[in-house]
Design a protein around this ligand. Structure first.
Ligand code: 5RP
Length: 223
């Protein structure tokens, strides 16, 4: 089945988790874009949203949702976002859209993380999708050597014109292949402690509380 249709379905299903007049945390990516479309059509009144990227902020403003700074809120009930991979325990790889740092910050504000994904994102063990790591540029080469010492390969993410990609925070991304992430929390904590790492795209501390997984038979709710 067309992944676009599956993304539409989970975007629509996620509306059930949005309380009228609340402040919503909103992630980034093509699945979240479907949620924003559905939100615009359903016209659920919101006090505002805390967004995880400039791209999401622009779409939210387009449908008339006020974008609030993370510093303006004490906490959020719900954060809704996609994933590049999700395992059975709700741990995820995120950052394919380069928004991982703000995604983790907004997820950390929320009591509930609702992951919306098509079934292709479900895996037994994380690590087939290259792990995004946002890094301070001057540390990139040293961090690549650290990954090599673990038997993995880190590659600097580039834009279409060949220049290193800059995140919304002005930093670089390393995409790391060759990892078999069978202890996501342990690896998240280890990599997070390396000098120059801004954010590692393992979401184990901030794992999904619930996952709406779109497949050919409909949307399954996994807890
Ligand atoms: C962006 C992300 C996205 O949630 C992830 O890449 C999934 O994106 P999509 O919904 O387009 O498949 O982490 O940084």
């Amino acid at each position: 089945m067309d992944p676009n249709t599956l993304k539409q379905r989970v975007g629509q299903a996620a509306l059930d988790y949005i309380q009228p007049d609340s402040i919503l945390g909103v992630g980034t990516g093509s699945t979240v874009n479907k949620l924003i479309e559905a939100l615009g059509q359903a016209a659920i009144p919101l006090r505002g949203a805390v967004s995880s990227s400039e791209a999401t902020s622009a779409l939210l403003r387009k449908i008339g949702v006020a974008v609030l700074a993370a510093e303006e809120v004490d906490g959020l009930d719900v954060y809704i976002d996609g994933a590049d991979e999700i395992d059975a325990s709700g741990c995820m790889i995120k950052g394919g859209g380069a928004a991982l740092t703000r995604e983790k910050i907004v997820a950390d504000l929320a009591r509930q993380f609702v992951c919306i994904a098509d079934i292709s994102k479900q895996v037994e063990v994380l690590g087939s999708f290259p792990l995004p790591v946002e890094v301070i540029p001057m540390a990139a080469a040293q961090l690549a050597r650290r990954f090599a010492a673990m038997g993995a390969q880190a590659r600097l993410r580039r834009q279409a014109d060949g220049q290193p990609l800059r995140t919304d925070n002005g930093q670089h991304i390393l995409d790391v292949t060759g990892l078999h992430i069978d202890e996501p929390l342990r690896l998240e904590l280890e990599i997070s402690a390396w000098p120059g790492v801004v954010t590692v795209g393992i979401f184990a501390r901030n794992k999904a509380s619930v996952c709406l997984l779109g497949g050919p038979d409909g949307v399954a709710t996994l807890h």
